[in-house]
Design a protein around this ligand. Structure first.
Ligand SMILES: NC(=O)c1ccc[n+]([C@@H]2O[C@H](COP(=O)([O-])OP(=O)(O)OC[C@H]3O[C@@H](n4cnc5c(N)ncnc54)[C@H](OP(=O)(O)O)[C@@H]3O)[C@@H](O)[C@H]2O)c1
Length: 324
């Protein structure tokens, strides 16, 4: 099969395109013929060495979608021919979705509703589940005010929509341009704040009657740590899934007086119950046609290097998907 791989960490030039053996589904596994593979920031960070080389050869990417072509022992043969989307394709496993085929545990291939395209299916494992868990964790957001930082990003765009679907009372977001503001407002945000040209804390306080928001869905906890006592209402929670810096400096006094909390998480490590809850909610909304997907570009598998460079440079607004 055609596939992408790397045998050492480095810039995108370490990505090779060529032939690798087509895998066979083992016990409890399915073999998926991939239509699409989603590229996420985590993929270039891993390639650059954030996880070292956990295996001698790695085919990148955890997200993807396609059709089950064969099943291993113990898996219902009725699944052959089923359209599926994939989670954790390359988490603690060497061979991810940047290939024509992947063999992986049957539970990691989730039925893809008929009305959901394969390109959308390649955005669910990381962007959609991250957004959803950030909102569902610690009691959810029904009736609450929510601040989604980076509401035009891959995760942020889903988070704005899901906050609305989960009954948030008010959704604020931060963006860096008019086009990104329009993208986030179109997804359901009530107010878009330009974090490069405006005082975010001031605008959030003004928009919430001086209270701050009940929940933050945050992609830059390092940048926002000091501001949390202003941004969050008393007892508010920051669901921190990203950081632009390796460390975050919190201000202890104001944080304890305010009683705020930070929930760090990584989507790869959701437990079975958390993942099932998020997938259940997502599946219902997908079947009802309630989710917008922002596919910024589709690129042939062979052009994976350019795709990694584009995601690393933040060149696109939305998700970048490879055609497998
Ligand atoms: N913990 C997890 O499980 C998990 C899961 C998914 C992603 N992540 C991490 O979360 C981050 C975002 O991922 P993504 O796929 O959504 O990336 P993305 O599509 O590149 O979106 C990031 C967006 O955030 C904006 N941004 C960057 N810094 C910002 C800040 N301080 N305030 C407001 N907006 C900011 C960027 O645009 P401008 O530069 O124009 O503002 C861009 O629109 C990455 O670091 C990724 O590694 C973590």
């Amino acid at each position: 099969m055609k596939a992408i791989w790397y045998d050492k960490n480095g810039d995108s030039s370490v990505l090779q395109y060529g032939d690798l053996p087509t895998p066979n589904p083992g016990v409890g596994e399915v073999l998926v013929r991939l239509a699409t593979s989603g590229v996420n920031p985590s993929d270039w960070k891993s390639r650059r060495g954030s996880r070292g080389m956990p295996f001698p050869r790695v085919t990148p990417h955890s997200d993807g979608a396609g059709t089950i072509e064969a099943v291993g022992e113990g898996v219902d043969r009725a699944r052959i021919g089923q359209r599926v989307w994939i989670w954790n394709g390359q988490w603690k496993r060497p061979f991810g979705t940047a290939a024509e085929y992947i063999a992986l545990p049957a539970i990691q291939a989730v039925p893809l509703p008929a009305i959901t395209s394969f390109e959308a299916g390649a955005c669910l494992g990381i962007p959609a589940l991250t957004a959803l868990h950030a909102l569902l964790t610690d009691g959810g957001v029904a009736g609450q005010s929510v601040l989604v930082t980076g509401g035009a990003g891959a995760v942020g765009h889903y988070a704005v929509q899901f906050a609305r679907l989960l009954g948030a009372s008010r959704i604020l977001t931060t963006i860096s341009s008019e086009a990104k503001a329009a993208h986030a407002l179109n997804a359901g945000a009530d107010l878009a704040i330009n974090y490069r040209s405006e005082d975010v804390a001031e605008r959030v306080l003004a928009a919430t009657g001086g209270q701050g928001v009940d929940r933050m869905v945050d992609l830059d906890v390092g940048g926002h740590a000091k501001l949390l006592p202003q941004l969050l209402a008393p007892g508010g929670l920051c669901a921190a899934y990203g950081s632009n810096t390796p460390e975050a400096g919190f201000v202890f006094g104001p944080s304890i007086v305010r009683g705020i909390a930070v929930r760090f998480f990584i989507v790869y490590e959701l437990n079975a119950a958390q993942r099932a809850t998020a997938i259940g909610a997502l599946d219902t909304w997908l079947r009802a046609g309630l989710v917008q997907h922002a596919i910024a570009a589709r690129v042939p598998l062979a052009e994976c290097r350019a795709a990694h460079d584009a995601v690393e440079a933040g060149r696109y607004m939305g998700n970048l998907v490879l055609d497998c």
